[in-house]
Design a protein around this ligand. Structure first.
Ligand code: BMA
Length: 321
């Protein structure tokens, strides 16, 4: 097992999260056809790491690609997009794929993504080896985005966060949880967390959506998420942290009033879509108290930020809305 990427907090840093000094880690032209590589997901795999990457091509068509890395920082991304085979259903349409998440549950890696099926909804697939992928039923009706699985069953059922949306650049959005006995049929939809009131916490007042796979801590599930404010120059995306009850994750315990990482560096402020920090994955080591968050920056590149899990949890409790 290779060690996860890590850098200690710089001495002059007062924040709960800090950026990798060599950001961004993946360039927009990382594969020959790409216009941008961002909003991508990574997991430990064999003695290194594997991932599913969002690479938009130069026709600006959105698709997902497998990739591999020894240390989690330098990535070899396949030049051809993932070709799905039929999983737990006949092949269903996929006009586009974007914003993947990946998680290992029981015996395989599950991938969720935003699947184009008469508008965006949540696609689900699985793989054992990041070579062969199997596409399953869509989790929900259109329109929906940001489908994020929990890393284990909760009370005997698979659990997924999502954010019902519209078919455009949705001007609203709350986080829901849904349950499934079999990864095919989803129900028991419950609201977890809404966009905040402008006067309470403006950076997250337009919409919120789950980011990386939630991490189980002593206080409950640590859910990193993106929050959005609509400014006179358009949407601005930053990252917050929330804690959900371990056995009843529809119960929100805490959520940060301040953001924990916002667009401030040039590669986050300038790109195809300015002012976007969009976390989709995190590597963690509970024993070593380390967290490495992978986020899309300005819808153009992939960047990395670090934090101490215990510090993020206490920051979330002490600065909760
Ligand atoms: C969302 C998705 C994300 C993107 C974000 C900011 O609706 O399209 O992929 O990062 O907008 O443009």
């Amino acid at each position: 097992m290779n060690a996860m990427p890590w850098q200690d907090k710089p001495e002059n840093c007062n924040d709960v999260m800090w950026r990798y000094s060599q950001n961004p880690i993946i360039d927009r032209y990382a594969i020959p056809t790409s216009n941008s590589v961002f909003n991508s997901a990574v997991v430990p795999f064999k003695d290194g790491f594997a991932g599913v990457f969002r690479c938009d091509n130069k026709a600006v068509q959105m698709n997902i690609f497998a990739g591999f890395s020894k240390g989690g920082i330098n990535w070899d991304i396949e030049h051809e997009p993932i070709k799905m085979k039929a999983g737990n259903t006949n092949m269903i349409d996929s006009e586009y794929k974007y914003d993947p998440r990946v998680v290992f549950i029981e015996d395989r890696f599950w991938v969720t993504w935003c699947n184009g099926y008469n508008g965006p909804t949540i696609g689900i697939g699985y793989t054992f080896d990041f070579k062969e992928f199997f596409q399953c039923e869509n989790a929900f009706l259109p329109f929906n985005r940001n489908g994020v699985l929990f890393p284990k069953k909760i009370n005997g059922k698979y659990a997924m966060l999502s954010r019902p949306s519209d078919n455009g650049h949705t001007p609203f959005g709350d986080i829901y949880i849904s349950y499934s006995p079999d990864m095919k049929y989803w129900g028991e939809h419950r609201c977890v967390m809404k966009a905040s009131k402008f006067q309470d916490s403006a950076w997250q007042c337009t919409k919120v959506g789950a980011g990386p796979i939630p991490i189980l801590t002593d206080e409950g599930w640590l859910m990193l998420y993106h929050g959005v404010i609509n400014t006179c120059n358009g949407f601005r995306y930053a990252m917050g942290a929330a804690i959900l009850d371990e056995n009843k994750p529809e119960e929100l315990k805490y959520r940060t009033q301040p953001y924990i990482l916002g667009p401030a560096e040039t590669y986050e402020q300038i790109g195809d879509v300015p002012n976007v920090v969009f976390p989709c994955a995190a590597l963690h080591d509970i024993k070593e108290d380390k967290l490495a968050v992978y986020y899309g920056a300005a819808d153009t590149v992939v960047a990395l930020a670090f934090g101490r899990i215990s510090e993020i949890v206490s920051f979330t409790k002490n600065n909760s809305l």
